[in-house]
Design a protein around this ligand. Structure first.
Ligand code: GLN
Length: 203
């Protein structure tokens, strides 16, 4: 029982989008990754990942499923959250030209689908100083980037001078999809460094 309870539980918001791939990435790290679909599920997690997908849909479903208010309360009480792509949009305080439902807990402004139509989706090597070498393969799919960062926000990576990876205390947000690569370093960074949880049998 002692070993069970010492294993961190990193929930994955599973209303829509690429949640399975995050679950698999966390499980490959040896972290339990329950899917979060309703308010009661929040009681069983130590941290949360909000996946990529369609931010307007996920935001609407947060309200429909009664998750918006309880999730905001958990975040206010210190729940660590990692948002990728649409998840980054949902964490942002401001979304350029949009009043769509969101958590709005990170002091940043995002621009949705920001890399333009010609480059709808692409992959590129990123230098991420907190991960060290080698570069991290960034998979971008209709990706947002950040156009304003507040004073408490740390910029962890840029691509062509666009901010694409940020941290604000226990919140982490990426424009790209780390769950679509075999590289587990960003998931490990979130669990260990951002959330401050120990991975029992780190692989
Ligand atoms: N791959 C993604 O998550 C795309 C995000 C999408 N552009 C949005 O704003 O919702």
């Amino acid at each position: 029982m002692e070993t069970e309870s010492s294993s961190p539980r990193v929930g994955v918001l599973a209303l829509q989008g690429a949640f399975r791939e995050h679950k698999w990435a966390l499980e490959r790290l040896g972290v339990s990754a329950p899917l979060v679909l309703k308010a009661e599920d929040l009681a069983a997690i130590d941290a949360l990942i909000i996946p990529g997908g369609e931010s307007t849909t996920i935001g609407r479903l947060l309200n429909v499923f009664g998750l918006m208010a309880p999730l905001l309360a958990r975040v206010a009480a210190g729940l660590p959250v990692f948002g990728t792509c649409a998840g980054m949009v949902l964490l942002a305080r401001e979304i350029e030209g949009s009043a769509q439902p969101r958590l709005g807990v990170m002091d940043v402004t995002v621009r949705r689908n920001a890399f333009g139509r010609q480059v709808d989706s692409f992959e590129v090597d990123l230098t991420v100083s907190v991960l060290g070498p080698p570069p991290f393969r960034g998979v971008f799919i209709r990706a947002p980037y950040i156009t304003r960062v507040g004073p408490g926000v740390e910029v962890l990576a840029c691509l062509a001078e666009k901010v694409i990876l940020v941290r604000q205390g226990r919140l982490l947000a990426a424009s790209f999809h780390p769950e679509l690569t075999d590289d587990l370093r960003l998931h490990r960074y979130f669990v260990n460094e951002v959330a401050g949880l120990a991975i029992p049998a780190d692989r």
